[in-house]
Design a binder for this molecule. Structure first.
Ligand code: FE2
Ligand code: ZN
Length: 505
């Protein structure tokens, strides 16, 4: 049912991949949009915060200075009902317009765009060295010392940012860079891509279907291991964008594979051990340790926090055949669910699913709370899908459904299963010794076909936080965000290798 329209829409989405320069005919650049329904995919929606770094200009001698500063007694801003006035002011001075307005400071970026920041919010976010430790990046100021009715003595638009003078025994002046204020504007939010819960290094999720087999993301082992970290950055960037990435040329040994995993961060030790090196001998009480076929699933649905990444490397397969690896983009399958079966999608997003790992007599894992977590987890602020948790084999008793939901929920997981097992979703690949694959376990489901003979597999789990931290650090180096670029020249901003205005802080 999905095949024809999907094929057409995917063809229309063909565009080059920024990291490899290859044509990728299968994805939608914005993961909030379904490639199934959106043949015209928008370009990357990035706010050019650079444009809010005003030109260096001595505005203090400019005749329009009064437009760039405000005091307690300032009249209410006039630009909101007089756009032409603001246009004139901006035309003569590139600085945003500011005005004190009761319990808020208003900033006019242009005639159509303005933000308001509460006084308490501004005071709480002061990043002067007295209020914010420049090395540890921790708040030094006691938020609860801020009087409820705090108002600035003075506010001024300067080339570096909004400067606010607060009443205190000694003068206390806070500087807020324009790019940082614009990025963090909450009244209104000025983020153009509202769906983005997470924008590490300005990467975006790229949804894919089975056609990814034509050009899957891949990187060479020697590049990942190179000390300049550029290859490591590309590897993790690919995982962020596609949810998986192959590594070619890996020596077919557990030692080399473990070194590969350690490039990302600590290996996450579990009941299966730290670094795994296993065969189908049922050494652990889990079907992974058999020769059985495994449907597409994510790992650790029985944990409160399933591992973030997993690395697999087939070291050898002798005296037999089979054992193809299956990868399915859970975000892509979910996007189809959402478009075609919104009610079922809603159920998968709301109904918690209990799970267990109970194959070892000495262990009995269930998530906390024991009722489990929904199959689809969303960011509570943006509504964006952020995690898929699905392993039907590990599911426990569904005893918490109301009677009227029982059949609806079974219908919903049937539809979900159809989306996951559709030929358009499934990417089958025969792994060979020397090619490892790193998978985002919060997004891409994996499985395998049955096999015979002897298969030796190794790999590891890596925590989601270790992966995100490493990617964030490498992004600072290779793809600094616009705020960092715009504020690096402000004195005392870049301390101990990190900009205090980094958008993650
Ligand atoms: Fe698994
Ligand atoms: Zn301060």
């Amino acid at each position: 049912m999905l095949k024809q329209p999907l094929a057409r829409s995917l063809q229309a989405l063909s565009r080059p991949h920024p990291l490899q320069g290859l044509t990728r005919p299968f994805f939608c650049r914005s993961h909030a949009l379904s490639p199934y329904l959106t043949p015209g995919c928008p370009p990357l929606l990035l706010i050019s915060l650079q444009s809010f770094q005003p030109h260096t200009r001595s505005f203090t001698t400019h005749p329009s200075r009064s437009s760039a500063s405000a005091t307690v007694a300032a009249p209410k801003p006039s630009y909101s009902d007089d756009p032409q006035h603001l246009t004139d002011l901006l035309a003569v001075d590139d600085l945003p317009i500011i005005s004190l307005d009761g319990n808020q400071v208003a900033i006019g970026w242009d005639p159509q765009t303005w933000s308001r920041f509460h006084n308490i919010w501004l005071r709480d976010h002061c990043r002067c060295p007295k209020c914010f430790h420049p090395v540890t990046k921790q708040r030094l100021f006691n938020t609860f010392d801020i009087p409820k009715d705090l108002t600035p003595l003075h506010a001024e638009a300067t080339p570096l940012g909004l400067e606010v003078t607060w009443p205190s025994k000694e003068p206390h002046v806070s500087l807020y860079p324009w790019s940082w204020l614009h990025h963090n504007s909450y009244d209104p939010s000025l983020k153009k891509h509202q769906s983005s819960s997470d924008d590490i290094g300005r990467h975006r999720k790229i949804l894919w279907g089975s056609k990814i087999q034509q050009s899957p993301p891949i990187i060479a082992y020697e590049d990942v291991m190179a000390p300049d970290n550029r290859g490591l950055y590309k590897w993790l960037s690919n995982v962020y964008e596609f949810g998986f990435c192959f590594v070619s040329g890996v020596p077919a040994t557990p030692e080399a594979t473990e070194q590969l995993a350690l490039r990302i961060g600590f290996i996450r030790e579990t009941q299966y051990g730290k670094f795994w090196d296993f065969t189908s001998d049922l050494a652990k009480g889990d079907t992974a340790y058999t020769t059985l076929a495994l449907g597409a699933h994510t790992d650790n649905t029985y944990f409160t926090d399933p591992c973030g990444l997993q690395l697999f490397h087939l070291l050898s397969h002798t005296e037999g055949t089979g054992g193809e690896t299956l990868l399915v983009d859970g975000f892509y399958a979910a996007s189809i669910m959402k478009e075609l079966h919104p009610e079922a999608y809603d159920l998968l997003s709301r109904v918690p699913v209990p799970a267990h790992a109970a194959g070892e007599p000495s262990e009995l894992y269930t998530p906390y709370p024991q009722s489990g977590y929904p199959v689809l987890r969303h960011d509570s602020t943006t509504g964006e899908l952020i995690q898929v948790r699905w392993n039907n084999d590990d599911r426990s008793v569904m005893n918490h459904l109301t009677p009227e939901l029982v059949e609806k929920w079974y219908d919903a997981i049937r539809l979900w299963n159809e989306c996951l097992t559709s030929a358009d979703s499934e990417y089958w690949v025969q792994l060979r010794p020397g090619t490892a694959v790193l998978v985002d376990n919060h997004r891409v489901l994996h499985g395998r076909s049955a096999f015979n003979g002897k298969r030796r597999m190794c790999g590891a789990y890596i925590g989601v936080d270790e992966y995100r931290s490493k990617l964030a650090v490498l992004s600072e180096q290779f793809s600094p965000d616009a705020i960092v670029k715009a504020t690096n020249d402000i004195p005392d901003t870049h301390v101990n290798g990190r900009n205090i205005w980094n958008s993650a802080l």
